[in-house]
Ligand binder design. Sequence first.
Ligand code: HEM
Length: 425
Amino acid sequence: MLTIWMGWTPMVYISDYNLVKTAFTAKDNALMGRVRSGFALAQIGKHQDILQTDYGSVWASLRRVSHSAVRKVAVSEKLHELVADVVDSSAQTMKRTHPLGAPFDPKCYLYHSVMAILASTAFGKRYQLDDKELAFYGESLEFMQSRTSLLAAIDRIPLLRLIPKYGNYERKVFETARDVTNSCKQQYMAHRKTHSSGVVNDFCDALIEAKEKAIESDGRDGKDSRDGGDNAEAFNDDNLSLVIKNLFAAGTDTTQYTLQWIVLLMANNTEMQIQMRDEIESVIGDRVATSDDKNSCHFVNAFIAETMRYRGVAPIAVTHRAMTDTTIDKYCIEKNTLIISNLWAIHMDPNVWPNPDVFDPKRFVTRDGSFRAKMPGFAPFGIGRRVCLGEKLALADLFLITVRLLQSTNECVFALPAGDGSALE
Ligand code: HEM
């Protein structure tokens, strides 16, 4: 554990898995707050979402219904077809645009594929890769992400706002965030008008169903939000629209950067790539992969898991904030201290992972060749009560996209221009 001072705010880094677990599952939930930054304010205004809201009854209710909605869309047959359709179209464009053997950067294809899959998962429409609405979400998110450090600087030194360049950027981030929220709200309201009970085509429908079920049973089970029941006021249209925005904000970059690492590591380790191709050929063949296939493709799962350990895309997760004075181990933590779970250090701990600098998917394979999903110290989605809400969806997307990408390029091998492992040096 160590403390870094961010100006006058202490930021505590915890680099031990068990200590993070103890801290983030403590009964008093003292460390389950989020940072009240300018960026967070731009995203949610006076409403509440899951990602930026402190632990409490609103967060718990929104999280519960969203969890149920995520689970539903992650295992739906529609997702299998959607991923196959999007990846096929992306791979065809890739092959048409770049002659076999000529080096190219696949980043934009992977980014647009993930964006199209998440947008279709959220709203049910099938988006073409060059769709205007898709471009609007992509460009808005990219713009906001690229300005986070600038907003953090303004949080620390508010006088920076007086410099036109900083003030203008801040205004533009607020406007962009509001535009994305409004667009998500329009889509959500359109679904509310047309939704019929029991029909779930997408995340909006699943959220409406889960919310209605929660409100219906509220009170009947005699529970209130503190003991596992729901806070019906949490489910207003503004909060639920922000939950949909969470899906894009928290899901797009994380999933697409993980996918970029998967492709790079496949190119860097062609013998492993061929092992994956062989496994897919023998378990699935050419047909569209399903959630059940995920249980039989042990090496593909191991490769994805090792990618997330070796090059996790959320190395310091999402910052927590102490909501009250508390203690971690023998250390006193004051209210408003920022807490970082150092997932990078946890995944590189040589006491847990022998030779942590070596990319070795076999760590996740048992002696009899089965995938070991639960490895002590493996936490790419965070630890404790605020663990990633989209874990199931992210894992389903990563599996289905990787499999389809390999199926739709089965006449080629992803390789580095230099033909060696130089990309990671
Ligand atoms: C490879 C993909 C992903 C990775 C590695 C990832 C990782 C993480 C991590 C490390 C956290 C922070 C946990 C903490 O605060 O301690 C988080 C939170 C979160 N993630 Fe993900 N995530 C991924 C994809 C997604 C997707 C697809 C969604 C969409 C449903 C999503 C939604 C969320 C939300 C809503 C939170 C906030 C949870 C809360 O504050 O209670 N994530 N994620």
